[in-house]
Design a protein around this ligand. Sequence first.
Ligand SMILES: [Zn+2]
Length: 201
Amino acid sequence: MNCCSDDQRFPQLSLCLPDWVEAVLPPVDHRFETLEERMALVIALARRNVEEGSGGPFGAAIFERDSGKLVAPGVNLVVSSCWSGWHAEMVATAMAQQLLGTHDLGAEGLPAYELVASTEPCAMCFGATPWSGVRRLLCGARDADARAIGFDEGPKPMDWRGALAARGIEVVVDLLRDDARAVLHQYQRQGGPIYNGRAGD
Ligand SMILES: [Zn+2]
């Protein structure tokens, strides 16, 4: 539903993935059988996002947990979209929910979905994970790896994994961590912007 009229004084928000994303994806009927294969895709998205200069060094995707079907990819679009909230996890989740026509990926009658993130979620994405309805979260690099190159990951509970588990969300960490971390370092070497709010103060 479009709630914005043409003459509205505030902008109509839109979310577009970069043009190059399709080229990174396998054919639509491909099934990602292993967790490592799913993680490798989101790391490839993160790497390409760095190489293309289209955003921060983070990739994500929503998959059907049991079949390995890719539902929607996401990459970090904070700087290009002028919105601090378009982290890769939020982009992938929004894409999947719009595509499936529901705000709740855990709704009755739907298959179980999972969020795959090239780096552990920040405080915002951690908070958004239960709202999304996903049943599993796969993480590559640790948030300490993102902090090490200057990103602010926000005030996340020490036991964030336990907090998600208590809501029935399985968490897998350190999946292809070295590969995911290498993308963070690539971004740092390239001199990519560290776009923390208030410059991290
Ligand atoms: Zn985030």
